[in-house]
Design a protein around this ligand. Structure first.
Ligand code: F6R
Length: 246
């Protein structure tokens, strides 16, 4: 009889539980950027409610950091001046305050008439300049970036249709409306190729999906669960979001 040994390699995320999410996460991200040893690491950053206290703490600490920002995701079909654009959101919250030059921002152009060409351009940029750090949030349906379920690690930069729950949650950013139906996103392929991934999650509404992400088997139905296969994931969360983790 032949015995087959199967080595199941489960990477364990480093988990940081914090009561002072904004300042702790800001300090951690700042240190992680410095630890890349690069003068200008390539980094994607999330929009959304979760990182707001983090960006505030980074502004208030007047962080002296430099980085090359690559868009994680972006709505399609909005004018370049539209406040809803994630590139504008991040400019207001963190990139302008930290004086990150426009030449160090690689973004999706929301109104481009050839959206496939936009994806091709972003793929080429990331092939030449892979992410050092992917800073991400998580949706209640397990999306990271806008990799809505089902998504898997072969999925690259592409155009996606947003799930109703995502559009509903994003509507809260804009007094209840006006969320585009389509978006660009980095794929799980690009996110998982980052050397370090920092996932931020706050609030009890994220507890269930954080448990599914790290305690359930990897599955396309929870795209974030593929983080289990990455060797260097740091999860920074408050007690609400981490309350159901084993
Ligand atoms: C936004 C993004 C999304 C959000 C997620 C959580 O750039 O990539 O995946 O991180 O939808 O959003 P909040 O933080 O508003 O709960």
């Amino acid at each position: 009889m032949t015995t087959i040994y199967v080595l199941i390699h489960m990477h364990t995320p480093q988990i940081i539980r914090t009561n002072n999410f904004g300042t702790d996460a800001a300090a951690f991200i700042t240190r992680a950027l410095q630890e890349t040893g690069k003068s200008c690491p390539v980094v994607c950053l999330p929009s959304g409610m979760t990182p707001l206290p983090v960006y505030k703490a980074m502004r208030e600490a007047d962080c002296k950091i430099d980085l090359h920002y690559v868009a994680l995701d972006e709505y399609i079909g909005l004018e370049a001046t539209d406040e809803r654009l994630f590139s504008n959101w991040l400019a207001r919250e963190i990139l302008d305050p930290l004086n990150i030059p426009k030449t160090q921002r690689t973004i999706f152009h929301s109104m481009h008439d050839d959206t496939e060409a936009e994806c091709t351009r972003m793929k080429a940029f990331l092939k030449e300049n892979p992410l050092d750090i992917a800073v991400i949030g998580i949706g209640v349906n397990g999306h990271i970036g806008f990799n809505e379920p089902p998504s898997n690690p072969t999925d690259s930069i592409r155009i996606v249709s947003l799930c109703p729950i995502t559009r509903q949650n994003n509507a809260a950013y804009w007094d209840g409306g006006r969320v585009p139906k389509q978006a660009f996103t980095l794929g799980l392929k690009e996110i998982l190729s980052a050397k370090t991934i920092i996932l931020m999650a706050t609030g009890a509404s994220k507890a269930d999906i954080i448990r599914k992400t790290f305690d359930n088997p990897v599955s396309e139905t929870c795209p974030a669960s593929f983080l289990q296969e990455h060797p260097n994931v740091i999860l920074i969360g408050d007690t609400g979001a981490l309350s159901q983790l084993s």
